[in-house]
Design a protein around this ligand. Structure first.
Ligand SMILES: [Zn+2]
Length: 269
């Protein structure tokens, strides 16, 4: 009995700070630093994090600093890598979607979801209609705008006097966020969040947020509060714009990210 105890203690210690090698016990930090130096010397590329890759990628597409052909070529690689790392998590495939604003329902979206018009002539893209690769200069309205009760435009619900929580609609992983929108910025989305569900192969983009309450790499269950509704974004910040979130869902199909009409997903008996 006492032998087993000592053995356990020894193993625990080894796991926490030391590695056993044929040459004896080596402190883990020393081992890792040595390994990194060897890898650098041998020019072995360090494995990049697929979530970091996505974050860099969406910003490049957003800001138009990557040409469309390259962006299109990179997308399947990025999504394949995301699928790989998500494989270790248990995402549900068949899940009822949750309404994305706490305390609100379908009546806060245009009747029958009529504002979902990916091909409408709207926006600043010379190519009308929505194309993900147009980034911040995209056309169309590939989303639903979900409005809150905020006559005085202070980001608080006029009845509860509280911020309105934005919720994850299905179990997802947080891919990237933007939290630093400033008045005067030309960025249309303002403070935003990208979520991903690998089973559905669907991306969720929540724009015009006030506060962002998650960070890339977080796993969020359906119904988790991820942020609060705000007025960030070039047009959303104008007086003429009632307070809302712009919520776009994109499905990965045939090498592109295609706008997905999710209104029906929000209708429950
Ligand atoms: Zn919108």
């Amino acid at each position: 009995m006492s032998f087993r105890l000592i053995k356990t203690e020894k193993n625990t210690k080894a796991r926490l700070g030391e590695l056993t090698t044929p040459h004896g016990v080596v402190k883990t930090p020393v081992f890792i630093i040595s390994l990194l130096i060897i890898m650098k010397f041998m020019d072995v590329p360090l494995a990049a994090d697929p979530i970091v890759n996505w974050g860099n990628y969406e910003v490049k597409v957003r800001d138009g600093v990557i040409d469309k052909a390259s962006a299109k070529a990179e997308l399947p690689v990025i999504i394949n890598d995301l699928q790989q790392i998500c494989g270790k998590y248990d995402f549900s495939e068949h899940q009822a979607w949750i309404f994305p604003l706490k305390g609100y329902g379908l009546t806060s979206i245009a009747t029958k979801g009529s504002d979902f018009q990916p091909d409408i002539v709207y926006g600043v893209s010379p190519i009308k209609g929505y194309n993900f690769f147009d980034g911040n200069k995209h056309g169309g309205h590939p989303a639903h705008d979900i409005f809150i009760r905020d006559k005085d435009q202070n980001n608080l619900d006029d009845q509860t006097r509280q911020p309105v929580a934005a919720l994850a609609m299905v179990d997802s992983i947080v891919l990237s966020t933007f939290t630093n929108w400033q008045k005067g910025s030309k960025l249309r989305g303002g403070n935003y969040i990208w979520l991903y569900n690998p089973k559905l192969d669907v991306f969720f983009y929540y724009a015009h947020l006030d506060k962002v309450l998650v960070t890339s790499g977080d796993l969020v269950k359906a119904g988790t509060v991820i942020g609060t509704v705000g007025r960030s974004g070039l047009l959303a910040n104008m007086k003429s714009s009632p307070t809302h979130i712009h919520l776009m869902v994109l499905k990965y199909e045939n090498g592109i990210l295609k706008p997905y009409e999710y209104y029906e997903e929000l209708i429950h008996e």
